[in-house]
Design a protein around this ligand. Structure first.
Ligand SMILES: C[S@@+](CC[C@H](N)C(=O)[O-])C[C@H]1O[C@@H](n2cnc3c(N)ncnc32)[C@H](O)[C@@H]1O
Length: 188
């Protein structure tokens, strides 16, 4: 069944116009590498992409995908939780992506968690450049994903309006709690 748009495609569409001027970029959940590849292909040649994952398997897949497309030179592959971002990234960030949940085709018990996701966002918000953007796709269709999406929504709803614009997008006619996309832009 075809789907013209979904939460991840929407995230890509909203990030795309920013990427031509994005020199320091974070993929907080590298997974199979599709988002890292999207970021690498659409940023300037001198851009640096920081790709985090807690699973070596995921980073290996990401590395292989990027190498297949001749893009691995731009990417720093970091085997660490994204709540360690501030220990690795110390210059301002232009764009960041979170595609939450577990590795498709991998161990479903290794999944992103509410506390570490919010901690990572707290660090990124400090690093985010004016007009910088963060996309977060959350998956409330599984138990931990539901808790994570609730924590995320409560956290994002408290961000000061003078500094950040926060929006969310979701399909409204799909069964089983479809994914939710949050977009945070630093406007102040
Ligand atoms: C839905 S997948 C990401 C999909 C990926 N962006 C892609 O394009 O294929 C979620 C990934 O988050 C990773 N992950 C889970 N907890 C994490 C954490 N605390 N820090 C960084 N990555 C984490 C998982 O190992 C998994 O690979």
């Amino acid at each position: 069944m075809g789907q013209i748009v979904n939460a991840v495609k929407m995230a890509h569409a909203l990030l795309l116009p920013k990427l031509k001027n994005a020199y320091n970029v974070v993929d907080a959940t590298a997974g199979n590498g599709k988002d890292t590849l999207f970021l690498a292909i659409n940023t300037p040649s001198e851009a640096v992409i920081w790709a985090f994952d807690i699973q070596q398997t995921a980073l290996n897949k990401t590395k292989a995908l990027l190498a297949d497309h001749g893009q691995e030179r731009k990417v720093k592959f970091i085997l660490a939780s994204h709540d360690q971002i501030a220990n690795y990234v110390n210059s301002p960030v232009d764009a960041a992506m979170f595609n939450l949940g577990y590795l498709p085709g991998g161990d479903h018990t290794v999944t992103t968690m509410p506390d570490t996701t919010v901690a990572a966002l707290n660090q990124l918000l400090v690093l985010l450049n004016p007009m910088g953007i963060i996309s977060i796709v959350a998956y409330p269709g599984h138990d931990m994903g539901r808790r994570e999406e609730l924590a995320l929504r409560s956290f994002l709803a408290t961000l000061p309006q003078k500094l950040y614009t926060v929006a969310c997008w979701q399909m409204i006619n799909q069964v089983n709690n479809p994914p939710v996309l949050y977009i945070v832009e630093r406007t102040g």
